[in-house]
Structure formats: C-alpha cells, structure tokens
Design a binder for this molecule. Structure first.
Ligand code: ZN
Length: 183
C-alpha cells in the first residue's frame, strides 16, 4: 500500500511521511487563506477582468497553477508591508496603467499612485470646501444658497474641461468664495 500526494502525485510508503511532506502546490493550498495570498488572488482576478474583460472569477486552483502566482502573492505581501492606502484601488491602478508585474512592488510605482490619489482628493476636497464657504456666506448674508451655488457650478463647468485646471481651480473656488463673503 502507498500514499499519494494529491498535489504532486509523489507516493509514500507511510501515511505519516505524506502528512509531513510539503511540495510547492501543497504549500500554496495550505496558504490559501493568508491575507497576502487573498490580496494576490484578488489582483489576479482583477487583472483578467480589466485586461481581458473576464466575467467569470478564476478558481483558486487556477491561480495556484499559474506562472504568475509568485508575482501576484509577492505583490499581496508588499501592499500589506507598506500598509498601502486603499489596496483595491492600488491594485486597479497598477493594472489600468499597464505596469509590468515585476514593477508592482517598486517604491516609484507606489509614490506615483499616492501622487495621483492626492491630486484627485485635492480637487474633491477643494470643491467641498468651496460649498461649505458658500453655505456660510448664504447664512451670514441672508441670501439664498442656490445663488452662490449657481456661481460655483458655473465656475466648475468653465474649468471642468481641463483636469489640471480643475486642480488649480480648487484655489480659484476658494478665492471666489472669499470674494463673495466680502460682498
Ligand atoms: Zn506533493
């Protein structure tokens, strides 16, 4: 009688030996619920969704047999180690920007991601700030809020065609809001 490893098909005379046997495929199966593996697996599925329009999720078994298993799980480990902001967004960032898998763990890639994140959040925060100032102006001047909101929307529309202008426009909104406060 012999005992066979279901992952690598190697056979052993004793069940005890099989129990302590560890091959690469078995190791990948044992690690399936580790956080870094789950992140790698998530990225693997997003990769197929985004680049190939896959609608069906790949199975974990498919992932363990992939040549890219190590690359994706290394990336999972990396996102945990650096405590990446919004890991799912970071995953989509590296994929949509067509960055090669072996570059995903580089500092430069994460720095670029953070810069883009800041750019977007600055514009959003600035608009929010602008609206708050308008509301304050309406209260203090007893004028309808819609009046100042109309001015803000007009401004956003006029600069909205240009993303860079939108970012720099954040300062304009504040300037306009301050201007309105004094009239
Ligand atoms: Zn085995």
């Amino acid at each position: 009688m012999s005992f066979e490893c279901q992952f690598c098909k190697k056979s052993f005379k004793r069940e005890k030996t099989l129990a302590v046997h560890l091959c690469e495929q078995k190791r990948r199966w044992i690690n399936r619920d580790e956080k870094y593996v789950r992140l790698g697996f998530l990225a693997y599925n997003r990769f197929y969704e985004i680049t190939q329009g896959a609608t069906k999720q790949k199975t974990y078994e498919h992932f363990t047999k992939s040549n890219y298993y190590t690359g994706f799980t290394r990336f999972g480990k990396h996102t945990l180690e650096i405590n990446a902001i919004d890991p799912e967004r970071f995953i989509d960032f590296v994929i949509t920007n067509s960055i090669a898998l072996d570059k995903w763990c580089s500092d430069a890639v994460y720095e670029t991601y953070i810069r883009e994140l800041n750019k977007k959040e600055t514009a959003e925060r600035a608009i929010e700030r602008g609206i708050l100032l308008m509301q304050q102006w309406s209260r203090e001047n007893d004028r309808p809020y819609m009046y100042s909101l109309g001015k803000l929307v007009g401004l956003v529309l006029s600069i909205g065609s240009n993303q860079v202008a939108l970012v720099h426009g954040s300062f304009l909104i504040v300037i306009v809001a301050v201007h309105l406060l004094h009239h």
